[in-house]
Design a protein around this ligand. Sequence first.
Ligand code: SF4
Length: 286
Amino acid sequence: MREIIVAKEAGFCAGVKRAVQLANDSLEKEPQKALCSLGPLIHNPSVIEALGKKGMSVLSSSLGEEEISKLPQNAKLLVRAHGVSKEQYALLRKHELDILDGTCPHVIAIRKIIERASDEGEPVVILGDKGHAEVTGLMSFAKEGTVVSSVEEVASLNFAKPFTVVCQSTLDSSTFEAVTKAILKKYPSAKIRNTRCQATEKRQMEGLSLCEICDAMVVIGGLGSANSNRLAEICRSSGKATFFVTDPAGWEPKELSGFLKVGVTAGASTPQSDIDLILEKLRALV
Ligand code: SF4
C-alpha cells in the first residue's frame, strides 16, 4: 500500500489567500463593477482562469495614462500581493479610480521600513531580483537606493553615509546570509533588516524534511511561479526523485507507480483544489 504524506505548509500563503479572497468577494458582492487585476493576480493558471470565468480581467501591472483612459467607467482595480509602485498609486488616485488593495501586509511592512529610512536621509539597498514586481514596487518608495542580487554586486556599492538593507520577501536564506555578510565586511555599520517572509522558508524546510523520509516528491505549482520552481529545485537537490506538476488536470501519476512513500507539497500560489486533485490521482494509483 502506497503511503502519501502531505506537507502541512503547502499551497496558498496568507498574502495570496487574502488577495484571492478580495477578488472573489468583489466579484460576488459588486457584480456591477468590472474587476481588473494589475498584472496576473497570482502565478497559477487555474486560479486566474476560474476568476476570469467569474468576470475578472488581467491588465498590465503598471498602467499608463493611455491605458487608464480606456478603462471602463465601472472599473475596479485590484492591486496584487506584490503591490505596485508609488507612482502607480499616485496615477490611480489622480484619476480617482476605484482601488482594491491586495498588497500583502508583509510587503507593506517592508515598504514602511524603506519609507522610514528614506525620511531619515538614508539610502536603501534591496536584496532581490532586479525587475521583479515586488522589488520594483518597493524601490519606488526609496528616495535613494539600489538593488543587489549577488555577492559580486556588493563591490559596486558606494555609500559615504549610513544605509539600510532590506530584502525581497521571498529571497532564500543562503543568498541573504552570503550577501549581507559581504555588505557588513565592506560597511560594518550597515543597518541590516531581515525582511524575508516565513511562508517561503517554512515550505522549503518542510519540503526538505519530507525528502528525508519519502522515496519521491511531488511539487505542485504554476510554471511561472518562482517560489514553486524553487521549491521543486530544493527537493531535487536532496537527491530524491522530484516531479514538478504544473498542470494537475492533465498530469498522469503513472511515473510514481514504483514509489511506496510519496511526499506532496505545493508553492505559495497553488490552490487547495490543485492539491486535492493530485491526491485523488495518487490515491487511485494501483
Ligand atoms: S510569500 Fe509572504 S510576502 Fe509573499 S504574499 Fe505570501 S505571505 Fe505575503
